[in-house]
Ligand binder design. Structure first.
Ligand SMILES: Nc1ncnc2c1ncn2[C@@H]1O[C@H](COP(=O)(O)OP(=O)(O)O)[C@@H](O)[C@H]1O
Ligand SMILES: [Mg+2]
Length: 248
């Protein structure tokens, strides 16, 4: 579904992404791991078109999307959430998701009749899926941090993506919220046949839900493989996991 081919991106002299490769098959849950500053967020910005690579190509469903602007990439079916919460804090939970659903419908069809009504139904379905339906009338800014991050995922779903990209979906969450979010991600992949690409610090989380893992370091792809392959890769153990394991 997605192929990142030898992508490079520098900021001034600094190579933030320095030859990254990534492959995501339809229906997979793929994790990108790597220490802080490895280039994960930059890679996601390149895939979604917010940044343009200096070199390399990004192929989505056999089409070269490298030159496309973000809104066109979004329309092709790639939607992402951000590492930092990005919602309309003064709108209700319902309103946040409905805006996304409506703007997607507007983009994808000329038929505008009963769009609002359809949007209401879809919005509720999404809220139900993510477990926020009972909070639909609350102002988004009043939600807990964990619920705000989940609301972000709900907003992303409003766009009916095929590939959902999540940048540290559990950042700043309590262990219970983290657990809930992980189950949600698994459920989304299953129920909505979504392909999910995410990055995450917590190794336990990554190894428990990712079907394949790509390890980044200094902007480079060290390896992409199954959790087992990644675990046993010497450079990964040394560079990254060793430290985690040592800490226990
Ligand atoms: N807009 C930017 N300008 C300059 N440097 C940047 C910019 N964005 C990211 N970087 C640098 O690129 C490196 C990779 O950052 P990032 O992709 O955010 O890493 P990660 O998400 O893996 O923590 C970091 O050293 C960061 O400081
Ligand atoms: Mg990041």
């Amino acid at each position: 579904m997605l192929r990142v081919e030898s992508v490079f991106k520098s900021f001034d002299e600094f190579m933030a992404v320095n030859g990254a490769n990534l492959q995501v098959e339809k229906g997979e849950i793929v994790a990108v791991i790597g220490p802080n500053g490895a280039g994960k967020t930059t890679l996601f910005n390149l895939i979604t078109g917010l940044l343009k690579p200096d070199r390399g190509r990004i192929i989505f469903k056999e089409e070269d999307i490298t030159p496309l602007p973000p809104y066109e990439i979004c329309r092709k079916g790639i939607t992402r959430s951000f590492q930092i919460v990005n919602i309309f804090p003064r709108l209700t939970v319902f309103g946040n998701v409905q805006v996304a659903v409506l703007s997607h419908q507007r983009r994808s069809s000329n038929l505008f009749r009963s769009a609002e009504r359809i949007a209401v139904k879809e919005t509720r379905e999404i809220l139900e899926t993510v477990g926020l339906l009972d909070k639909e009338n609350l102002v988004a800014g009043s939600l807990s941090h964990g619920d705000q991050k989940i609301l972000e995922i709900a907003i992303a779903l409003g766009n009916e993506p095929e590939l959902l990209i999540l940048d540290e979906p559990t950042a700043g969450m309590s262990p219970e919220e983290t657990q809930k979010t992980m189950e949600l991600i698994k459920r989304l992949a299953k129920m909505r046949e979504l392909t999910i690409l995410f990055c995450e610090h917590d190794m336990e989380i990554v190894f428990s839900i990712a079907q394949r893992i790509m390890v980044m370091r200094h902007g480079r792809t060290i390896i992409q493989g199954t959790p087992e392959e990644v675990r046993s890769h010497p450079e990964v153990q040394e560079a990254y996991l060793g430290e985690e394991y040592a800490r226990g």
